[in-house]
Design a protein around this ligand. Sequence first.
Ligand code: TXA
Ligand code: MG
Length: 318
Amino acid sequence: MSSAITTDISFCQQLLKEGQLVAIPTETVYGLAANAFDKKAVKKIFEMKGRPFFNPLIVHIHSLEQLKDLTECIPDNALKLANAFWPGPLTLILPKGDKVPDIITAGKSTVGVRMPNHPLMLALLKGLPFPLAAPSANPFTRVSPTSAAHVADYFGNRIPAILDGGDCRIGLESTIVGFDNGKPMVYRKGGISIEAIEAVVGPVDLMTEDDTAPQAPGMLSKHYSPRTPLIVTENVSEILNDYRSKKIGVLSFSKIDFPDATVVKALSPKGNLEEAAQSLFASLHALDSAGLDVIVAERFPEEGLGRSINDRLRRAQN
Ligand code: TXA
Ligand code: MG
């Protein structure tokens, strides 16, 4: 099978209704989607990604109306966040409704739900009588895809279709927020900054790496990894000095002038964190294909989306 990169929404809807997998665009990263109410179809997602069954999936919806099929009750703070950020890069962890198959939630009593903000994905969802379960469309532990070409590189001949929605506008996975007796807790830093969440619901707790292990097993410390060794540092020039005579790729925030590097990817020459986030994974994909000995990544300022970028870089270290 060779997968069609297509913009034909009804073709993709047909495949999904038949229980097949389709790669879909969102504003964050591309996803690997199946009918959320079809256990057999959802199982194919885990098999295709090589993802352990203990790691739950996010369910994608196009309207608040669809929440009724997925959850029994919505905490007030969850509704506030949904109203503020949906459609958008926010996933809410809600008490699971009976209709949601256990394979999606890995047997947990909660379900992750998100309304993505991408016109093709929303049009696809609106024409389907079911929501779509979708993790990021990368093999387990690898860098997430932010273009149809990235998905084709990973799964090209193994999935029937890739819906091409262009380059992802946000470029980082959604921010995941759960609730402990109604109090919001951030499970994964992502495309919406902690500051923006706190402006809506007040101070939030951040899940530490130790907490995350049992709660959100997908947040394994090694994740988002290129095959090329990657080092994160405050001082790129010092590491360049240590690795002289090696082929080095530099991933910097804004600086482009590193004379000892073989390749330099500056994520935002004008120093804008949103722009940097947007090109992070595409730059990692490009550096990983450049035949380098090592990738040296500059640590970002710990503010706004810089915190989410640092989270991904830390997990990409290998
Ligand atoms: O932006 C995104 O969120 C993308 C696009 C495709 O929507 N999706 C995505 O899915 O990043 P995935 O599967 O790569 O990451 C989902 C994360 C995993 O870390 C998983 O453990 C966590 O969400 N998760 C899902 N359901 C959960 C639940 N009920 N409780 C705790 N964590 C959950
Ligand atoms: Mg993922």
